[in-house]
Design a protein around this ligand. Structure first.
Ligand code: FHN
Length: 546
């Protein structure tokens, strides 16, 4: 019986900790290839995929387990780091693609209790610490890819056939299904089951696992089981969907540096400022943020990570009300910040503080109270001018990362319609009827427009229906960061019979948002060029002047 409220805590939580931990933490990113001429070659770019990327034979890889003894592991310390960060739930890799179980498993002795000198069950200790500190616990389980057990799915192919080839059906029945049962039985309340990379998962195989999770009505699962099973949430990885995921629960998973698993050589750490603003951006679009840590083989979360998380937590200590339990931005895009809502309160997260001490918020409601979350006792003057509320704010920003202004208002947000509402478009070519140019107006992230298959460029003309003031554009694209796609774009407007360029640039393949000097026009033209594929667009949004 579906449980309509099982997502409530999750939606309120907004922020969780992802933990990629396993015996791949022993090499810490480095693999030494012994070359035929007695030479050797070092690769220090690896992480949790080291076994696959370096084609390490199963027997050799299992030796990492013999060297895995995380004596400095302290479950309470990890949970308290998540708590100090303001993270409300933890999802840890119970088993990643290498097939090694980070828990005591009766199903396979290829686990931390039986195959390492550690002889403890860290998931048991984490479950206890989570219960103690009121943090929800979830398990990541690589249900399909398993490079350590016969029949587990390969990424592309098995490189150690004798040890890896076998029936996937038998693997699911003898390893995956029983281990999922163990995880959902032996650790108390499990809040989330996070599947991953559904390689070769057929509806029949997926059913075998889905039927187990169905016995747990409060269990939340993601969209990565495969076999056509959608799960409860979408999981954009390493990028923030430009327009969120209207109509679906969604959670961005992201690394703090460039690796999920621990890599001792990767110090490309994101700053707390960058991560706080990502959390705000995600919440302003109605999503959750699952931010990853990759502990060392000793069982330590890298201190630089703990510090960054603490700084995020310090911001949330003051501004948490503007994130937890909020819903998406009720009004149009604002280039100088983001917005979240909670009933009759809207939270304006200001990134670029106004030098003139005036903020124009694009809605026309009566504001009963305006104040900063940093100083709730001081009321700020407001004035509703046409379609905007102007707020007079202190000259100095209370917070360098994001200062939160609260507006308490009457009624439903009274906002102007989107500029693309009622707009029509025509394109120089279309791939087919499913990928027609009108898909650029669809809010569903899986819809996209594509030019015809032999085209490397396209021209899209937009008719807004009447002259409107335009000062920004958002292009959402269908690729992922690691696909390294990019598109060149030129945006022009019609001035009389002449097309005049507004802006141009190159996207990063996942999306591009830009504000520009406002123009008033009925006609816009977007030219897109793509060196590798027919140009594509998930969605196009236009923004009013701030
Ligand atoms: O292959 C995995 C990867 O190692 C990591 O676990 C991420 C986390 O979402 N998921 C897969 C890549 O999509």
């Amino acid at each position: 019986m579906p449980n309509d409220h099982k997502m409530d805590w999750w939606k309120d939580a907004r922020f969780g900790m992802f933990i990629h931990w396993g015996i791949y933490s022993v090499p810490a990113g480095k693999y030494v290839f012994n070359l035929p001429n007695g030479q050797y070659k070092e690769d220090i770019t690896q992480g949790e995929w080291i076994m696959n990327r370096c084609k390490i034979p199963v027997a050799e890889y299992r030796k990492y387990a013999e060297r895995f003894n995380p004596i400095k592991f302290n479950a309470e310390e990890w949970v308290l780091s998540a708590k100090a960060a303001g993270q409300k739930y933890i999802v840890i890799t119970a088993k990643h693609h290498d097939g090694f179980a980070m828990f005591k498993s009766e199903t396979s002795n290829y686990n931390i209790y039986d195959a390492t000198p550690f002889k403890r069950d860290p998931l048991k200790e984490l479950a206890e610490a989570c219960r103690k500190y009121g943090i929800k616990l979830g398990f990541y389980y690589s249900q399909a890819q398993d490079w350590g057990h016969k029949g587990g799915a390969p990424n592309k192919y098995h490189w150690d056939k004798a040890a890896q080839d076998g029936s996937m059906d038998a693997y699911i029945d003898s390893i995956a299904a029983p281990q999922v049962k163990e995880l959902l039985t032996n650790y108390g309340d499990v809040a989330v089951l996070w599947w991953d990379t559904p390689k070769d998962m057929t509806p029949t195989l997926a059913q075998k696992l889905d039927s187990i999770t169905k016995l747990h009505p409060y269990l939340i699962t993601n969209n990565r089981l495969g076999g056509g099973i959608r799960g409860d949430l979408e999981t954009p990885e390493q990028y923030i969907p430009a327009a969120g995921y209207p109509g679906r629960n969604w959670e961005v998973c992201m690394t703090v540096n460039d690796h999920w698993g621990y890599n001792a050589y990767d110090d490309n750490w994101k700053s707390s400022k960058e991560l706080i603003r990502k959390l705000i951006d995600i919440a302003s679009k109605g999503g959750n943020f699952l931010l990853n840590v990759g502990p060392t083989a000793e069982g330590i979360i890298p201190p630089v990570c703990v510090n960054t998380l603490k700084e995020i937590g310090d911001w949330l200590k003051i501004n948490g009300e503007a994130i937890y339990g909020t819903t998406a931005n009720p009004f149009d895009y604002i280039s100088w910040g983001r917005a979240t809502r909670k009933g009759q309160k809207v939270f304006i997260h200001v990134f670029d503080w106004p030098k003139n001490g005036k903020l124009n918020v694009p809605f026309a409601n009566t504001v009963t109270k305006a104040y900063l979350l940093e100083d709730t006792a001081t009321m700020l003057p407001t004035k509703t001018i046409g379609t905007k509320v102007m707020v007079t704010v202190p000259k100095i920003a209370p917070d360098k990362v994001a200062s939160v202004l609260v507006l308490e208002f009457k009624g439903e947000p009274n906002i102007l319609p989107k500029l693309t509402e009622g707009a029509t478009a025509k394109a120089s070519s279309e791939l087919d009827t499913t990928h027609g140019v009108n898909k650029i107006f669809s809010t569903y992230p899986k819809d996209f427009y594509s030019a015809a298959k032999d085209q490397k460029e396209t021209t899209i003309e937009l008719n807004l229906g009447k002259p409107l003031a335009v000062a920004g554009i958002m292009l959402a694209e269908p690729w992922r960061t690691w696909e390294n796609k990019k598109q060149q774009f030129t945006l022009s407007y019609k001035d009389g019979n002449e097309w005049k360029k507004i802006t141009d640039g190159t996207t990063n393949g996942t999306g591009h948002t830009e504000m520009f000097k406002e123009v008033t026009t009925q006609w816009l033209r977007l030219q897109l060029t793509n060196d590798t594929d027919p140009p594509r667009l998930n969605q196009l949004l236009l923004y009013r002047p701030d």
